[in-house]
Design a protein around this ligand. Structure first.
Ligand SMILES: NC(=O)c1ccc[n+]([C@@H]2O[C@H](COP(=O)([O-])OP(=O)(O)OC[C@H]3O[C@@H](n4cnc5c(N)ncnc54)[C@H](OP(=O)(O)O)[C@@H]3O)[C@@H](O)[C@H]2O)c1
Length: 242
């Protein structure tokens, strides 16, 4: 199947490791040009070099995507380098563990900033370019907590549910205006990444980040033009289990 991504320009944030890097690698394998972002420059450059070694044009930008100014700067830098922006994969680091009655105001504000507002800012910054081109694919990396609350990750549950409410509203607007832009959430379950190790490992089977990246590339492809406002679980059934 031709995903129609050859020559497209994709911005993937939080992409020097884990699920973001896997999404970038899958988009690159389909022929997209890439802008990638992370805070740590060494791992970012290593990722950029590995993508370039496969023949991909890569712009790497070191920075914290949760800085309020950063989303607009990332979009501007991508368009300046490649002349367009077709695909946005909005990703950021996840919040720490905590049960609902334990998380304080400061932690809640930080989670909303990183896992809700950052994606909203990225989408808002990307949309003028996609609307002008009458084509765009946006995929926000969230968690299966959107579909089923995770008792020990109350911060993820609340911030990502807020993003989901906003994204559904935005997706409906984009469809109504005939924008040619789709906006979907991808909701990972436990995958074998550093974040999973940092949270203490997995109780059961883990997903392969490479497979997750392929699902993201598909959700950003030409044939998904009628998939809009969806929250796609990539969780091995975790959100379906009772
Ligand atoms: N892995 C899972 O099982 C799983 C399950 C559900 C949801 N998720 C969610 O999926 C997202 C990605 O998780 P992951 O497992 O891929 O994490 P990861 O393995 O820790 O990788 C995170 C990546 O994002 C970058 N990053 C983190 N914070 C950033 C920031 N503020 N600005 C720019 N770049 C940033 C990191 O590089 P630097 O540190 O150098 O910035 C790294 O490249 C998170 O929101 C996580 O909560 C993951």
């Amino acid at each position: 199947m031709d995903l129609g991504l050859r020559g497209r320009v994709a911005l993937v944030t939080a992409s020097s490791a884990g699920l973001g890097r896997a999404a970038a690698a899958s988009l690159a394998a389909e022929g997209a040009k890439l802008a990638i972002v992370a805070r740590g420059p060494a791992r970012l450059e290593e990722t950029a070099e590995s993508l370039r070694a496969g023949g991909t044009e890569v712009l790497s930008i070191a920075g914290d995507v949760t800085d309020p100014d950063m989303p607009a700067r990332l979009v501007d830098a991508t368009v300046e380098r490649f002349g367009r922006l077709d695909v946005l994969v909005a990703n950021a680091g996840g919040p720490p563990r905590g049960r609902a009655s334990e998380v304080d105001d400061e932690a809640i504000r930080a989670a909303v900033e990183a896992n809700m507002l950052t994606s909203v800012r990225l989408v808002r910054s990307a949309l003028p370019h996609m609307r002008a081109a009458r084509w765009g694919r946006i995929c926000c990396v969230t968690s299966y907590s959107v579909l089923k609350p995770i008792p020990t990750l109350a911060l993820s549950n609340l911030a990502r549910a807020g993003l989901w409410a906003w994204a559904r509203t935005a997706a409906a607007d984009l469809a109504a205006e005939g924008s040619g832009v789709t906006l979907n959430l991808v909701c990972p379950g436990t995958h074998a990444t550093q974040r999973t190790i940092d949270l203490g490992g997995a109780d059961g089977p883990m997903g392969d980040p490479g497979d997750f990246g392929k699902v993201v590339a598909f959700l950003c492809s030409e044939p998904v033009g009628f998939v809009n406002g969806s929250a796609v679980a990539v969780d091995g059934g975790a959100s379906a289990a009772g």
